[in-house]
Ligand binder design. Structure first.
Ligand code: SF4
Ligand code: SF4
Length: 109
């Protein structure tokens, strides 16, 4: 009885983890170093606004859930990327298609 129990403990706590460790030594790592990750392009730097198309309607400012779009007077909207969650609503709501977010089409969301 004790012998069987010890065998079970040995198998469960020593041999099995050892086998898993050995297996991992010969497989590719699941994680990648940050330098190995190519820029996917889904960063918040992909915003552009067409000054000529913008009619300063303020819809982008109104719809932004994080209040990261600010419209001052008759200037074009200013984006605060610290607050932006990249939802794309501002691009979607713009009646003049003045906002372009890389990798997000107007039909996305
Ligand atoms: S993508 Fe979303 S959070 Fe970012 S500025 Fe536009 S509406 Fe605001
Ligand atoms: S929704 Fe479009 S047109 Fe209106 S203020 Fe924003 S960028 Fe300009």
């Amino acid at each position: 009885m004790i012998k069987t129990f010890l065998k079970m403990i040995l198998l469960r706590d020593v041999i099995k983890p050892l086998m898993i460790g050995l297996k991992c030594c010969f497989t590719k790592p699941v994680t990648r170093k940050i330098t190995q990750i190519k820029r996917a392009g889904k960063f918040r730097d992909g915003f552009s606004i067409n000054k000529n198309k913008c009619i300063r309607c303020g819809l982008c400012e109104g719809i932004c859930p994080n209040k990261s779009v600010v419209l001052r007077g008759h200037e074009i909207p200013v984006f605060n990327f610290d607050k932006c969650c990249y939802c794309g609503l501002c691009q979607k709501v713009c009646p003049k298609l003045a906002i372009k977010i890389k990798h997000l089409k107007s039909s996305d969301n």
